[in-house]
Design a protein around this ligand. Structure first.
Ligand SMILES: [Zn+2]
Length: 254
């Protein structure tokens, strides 16, 4: 697990807020077999009891109630949904979630795709994104930043972290996919010396954030080679790790 805190870019936020973020790995859960052990996805064939226990553990880690976990239901598109305190249970299909509500945890699931967390603490907006190559082509990360701006954020005061994703050495793709990514992010889809297309999803996300003026950092871990992470390309039947972001008052640290 990787974790940290976003604070206001210009020192302490006048509103007294911060945002805690977490990127989970496979460790510390209760799932068995292919899903061992901290699988957070209910749609991949794991037992619902195990997933439920794992989500309870994530809620405890993020210090929110289980009913305050809003989990992305990905569709590999560019839809972004704003979640409020009264709509956590009714999250529609969307690859980006944002909220202006404190103590509400946004969760993006992934296993090779890039999970992303974003926060503008000063203007009280946070976001989470699931972005694979289709998300790069669809523009889900810029769409999420735009949605945050509509809710009061300023790109220059947003910070983002791009989590573990499959690296280009491990991610050979077919020419249609490579060409589609190259069209929106020319440096993120390349052909190697054998002519094989390779896509760097995390790099595409990083460059789109850079282009928007958003400060971003990347957790440089490959899901395919790091066996403590779930990888769909490696295992097909497997779990999903999560990216979590929750805004709270600075004094609320337990
Ligand atoms: Zn790799």
């Amino acid at each position: 697990m990787w974790s940290g805190t976003f604070t206001a870019t210009s020192g302490s936020a006048r509103n007294g807020l911060m945002a805690d973020w977490y990127f989970t790995d496979r460790r510390g859960g209760t799932s068995q077999g292919e899903y061992e052990s901290l699988n957070l996805a209910a749609h991949v064939g794991d037992s619902s009891e195990s997933v439920s226990a794992n989500l309870d553990a994530i809620a405890a880690t993020a210090r929110v109630s289980r009913s305050a976990l809003a989990v992305i239901k990905a569709e590999h598109g560019a839809n972004v949904h704003a979640v409020g305190a009264d709509s956590v249970a009714e999250v529609p299909l969307a690859d980006g979630l944002i909220t202006t509500t404190s103590e509400l945890a946004l969760v993006a699931l992934a296993a090779d795709c890039a999970p992303v967390v974003l926060a503008d603490v000063e203007n009280q907006v946070v976001g989470a994104v699931h972005c694979g190559w289709r998300g790069v082509v669809a523009g889900v990360v810029p769409a999420t930043v735009e949605a945050m701006v509509r809710s009061g954020a300023q790109p220059s005061s947003i910070s983002a972290i791009v989590g573990p994703a499959i690296c280009p050495s491990c991610y050979a793709v077919d020419p249609d996919c490579g060409a589609a990514v190259a069209e929106v992010s020319p440096t993120s889809a390349t052909r190697d010396s054998a002519g094989q297309w390779r896509v760097d999803v995390a790099a595409a996300v990083m460059s789109s954030l850079y282009d928007l003026g958003v400060f971003a950092e990347q957790i440089q871990e490959c899901t395919f080679t790091n066996r403590e992470l779930f990888s769909y390309r490696r295992s097909r039947v497997t779990g999903r790790q999560g990216a979590v972001i929750v805004m709270r008052e600075v004094g609320a640290r337990a």
